[in-house]
Ligand binder design. Structure first.
Ligand code: SF4
Ligand SMILES: [Zn+2]
Length: 126
């Protein structure tokens, strides 16, 4: 996912910091990053921005991916049909649709097969 720069980002407490802190390894909670976000002057801008983008990785506004999904659900914007998301396999943008829209992560049958194999064999854990 390529993040489009927004004017408020320059005022973020994370500006100029090592970005790796905001992308914790599996099993880590990113506590250091959350502490930075807790005192950030643009935290609410950051949160509003981050919940609009599906499949955005790392910690934004002090929230992990799963915490952002909870916030998206609370706001009623969690993967509603018609949302464009990035395919987890090929990276192409596609529009989710239908009853199970909130669970769609791959753009095509080929990508769905690739994803299920990848998850099954734990090549990457997302
Ligand atoms: S809330 Fe956190 S991630 Fe967002 S701009 Fe501030 S420090 Fe950076
Ligand atoms: Zn794809």
């Amino acid at each position: 996912m390529i993040v489009k720069p927004e004017p408020w980002m320059k005022q973020g407490a994370c500006s100029g910091m090592d970005a790796a802190m905001f992308f914790p390894e599996l099993g880590e909670h990113g506590d250091e990053a959350k502490q930075v976000c807790a005192v950030c002057p643009v935290q609410s801008d950051c949160l509003d921005y981050a919940v609009q983008i599906e499949d955005l990785h790392g910690i934004w506004a002090g929230l992990t991916y799963s915490a952002r999904r909870t916030e998206q659900k609370r706001r009623g914007i969690l993967n509603v049909p018609g949302t464009q998301i990035e395919c987890s396999e090929c990276g192409e943008l596609f529009t989710i649709a239908g009853k199970n829209a909130s669970r769609q992560r791959a753009c095509s049958n080929a990508c769905k097969i690739h994803r299920s194999r990848r998850l099954k064999y734990k090549e990457i854990t997302v």
